[in-house]
Design a protein around this ligand. Structure first.
Ligand code: CO
Length: 494
């Protein structure tokens, strides 16, 4: 290792076994009870943070595991002193829409109250407009959580290490405590990582964390070059849930650095029983949910930039439309659509938007129709600028093909966000659902007495329950309306 690394100190590790690792390999199906036996052991390791919460974990808790995500957070907090990290999609929070500032602030405040100690905040388009409110809310939370801003890493003719450095400077100005290079598709090559980390260390005065996935096989090489360049923190997963489409292996990275000037000083032997436990958990989840538990390394991601999980979704979409033979056409169409739409990085939700558009273009062309002759609403919204600025402007001929008029273009998406429903609107909606459900049995008899009486009873009951609804439930409803309603109903909360 070069002598210039002498002053960098020990590499810190953020452990992802409770979030990204099982999201990447086990469809996010790990239950709180499967985490519980190892929490105190994990806590003793000395990790920088334990990543445990995010969009997919929240959604899966409600949708598949019949768990309240807020209760999971409380349980984790009760057993951990190590900071709990969550991944937040800026103005999208954990959902697929943009929310009003008031909902963003309420969510961040509640998450901090329940024990989130590190807010990792990103925007799919790297548009800082979409990060401002979430970052500000996290900075103002009274528990004083750590606030991290993300560079969503992607490769395009627009994106260079210099453009990422500029973004990092903007994030520093916004007051974040650290910067994360978020390489969600594993596109960051080792020597590029070295150059990027070196430039970031020179340009900003903040710790740099690197998050990658092993999808195309670079993982630990990329970490090693980044470590030589001075990266402060790396995201790793314990061995049973490491590599493939997940993070590089914790134990391997710890062993690699043992005895060097960047030794993590973490006890690898203490990780052994934890790894054994999660190996069994992995086997149990694979069996229960009929999951393969592994993914092949796929260097083709470098050409198509399609995250691993998405590739199988696209194949299923094609099959559903009876066009399974159009797979290669779809792989070729994806980068074209991405270029047409101004090179958005492919991460939720932009990955789904570009993927759906590419699928439709392939189907349209197979039926003798031109590309963009049918355009889903969310693609139009992306092209109109509703989700923020795309890295480059959308091609004019594509806007024309989508029949988007100049007056439909949105130059400031924050103005649009301000029109989105507020906490009070979501609370009222949810209260109405509760009351309507309760009155469903007597609605007909009430109405037979007097047409207006049902409405009167309903409204007075809504007023009564309105303030009883916990803010956590309002947030679940705001983020995943139908999923949350089903969950509340199943648990006698509707
Ligand atoms: Co990730």
């Amino acid at each position: 290792m070069s002598t210039s690394a002498t002053n960098f100190g020990p590499v810190k590790i953020t452990e992802t076994v409770l979030r990204d690792a099982h999201q990447s390999l086990l469809a996010t199906r790990m239950r709180t009870e499967q985490m519980l036996p190892m929490l105190s052991a994990l806590d003793k390791i000395g990790y920088n943070a334990l990543e445990a919460w995010g969009g997919a974990t929240y959604d899966t808790c409600l949708r598949f595991l019949n768990e309240d995500p807020w209760e999971r957070l409380d349980t984790l907090k009760a057993h951990l002193n190590t900071p709990i990290q969550m991944l937040l999609r800026g103005q999208n929070l954990l959902g697929y829409n943009h929310y009003s500032d008031d909902v963003v602030r309420a969510f961040v405040r509640k998450a901090s109250e329940h024990g989130v100690g590190v807010f990792r905040i990103f925007d799919a388009l790297n548009d800082v407009t979409n990060l401002r409110t979430a970052i500000d809310a996290a900075l103002k939370a009274k528990e004083k959580p750590h606030v991290q801003g993300c560079l969503v890493y992607t490769v395009s003719p627009f994106h260079t290490n210099e453009t990422f450095v500029e973004l990092a400077k903007q994030l520093q100005e916004m007051g974040v405590h650290s910067i994360c290079i978020k390489d969600m598709s594993g596109l960051l090559k080792p020597y590029v990582a070295e150059d990027l980390v070196r430039k970031l260390k020179a340009a900003v005065d903040l710790p740099i964390e690197l998050h990658t996935h092993y999808t195309s096989g670079f993982g630990s090489m990329t970490y090693l070059k980044a470590i030589e360049a001075g990266v402060d923190i790396i995201d790793c997963a314990l061995s049973p849930l490491a590599n493939d489409t997940s993070q590089p292996c914790t134990e391997t990275m710890v062993a690699t650095l043992e005895g060097t000037e960047r030794d993590t000083k973490l006890d690898r032997q203490a990780m052994d029983p934890i790894a054994k436990h999660f190996l069994q958990v992995k086997k149990d989840i694979m069996k229960e949910f009929n999951l393969p538990g592994y993914f092949d390394v796929n260097p083709k991601v470098l050409d198509f930039q399609i995250p691993g999980g998405m590739l199988s979704n696209l194949v299923n979409q094609l099959k559903a439309m009876g066009a399974a033979d159009k797979y290669q056409e779809l792989l070729d169409e994806m980068p074209r659509v991405r270029e047409d739409l101004g090179f958005p990085p492919l991460v939720t939700p932009s990955s789904q938007i570009v993927g759906t558009m590419a699928t439709m273009n392939v189907i349209m062309q197979a039926n003798g129709q031109p590309r963009y002759s049918m355009v889903p609403n969310e693609v139009r919204d992306l092209a109109r600028g509703k989700f923020g600025k795309t890295p480059k402007p959308v091609k004019p001929e594509v806007l024309a093909a989508m029949k988007i008029k100049p007056e439909e273009m949105i130059t400031d998406c924050a103005v649009e966000d301000a029109k989105a429903p507020k906490m009070a609107d979501f609370r009222k909606e949810l209260a109405a659902k509760k009351v309507e459900k309760k009155l469903a049995g007597i609605k007909a008899s009430l109405a037979s007495v007097d047409a207006d009486i049902y409405e009167q009873v309903r409204d007075s009951q809504i007023a009564k329950v309105l303030d009883e609804i916990p803010e956590e439930d309002v947030l679940s409803y705001a983020l995943f309306p139908q999923v949350a309603l089903d969950f509340f109903e199943k648990n006698g909360r509707l």
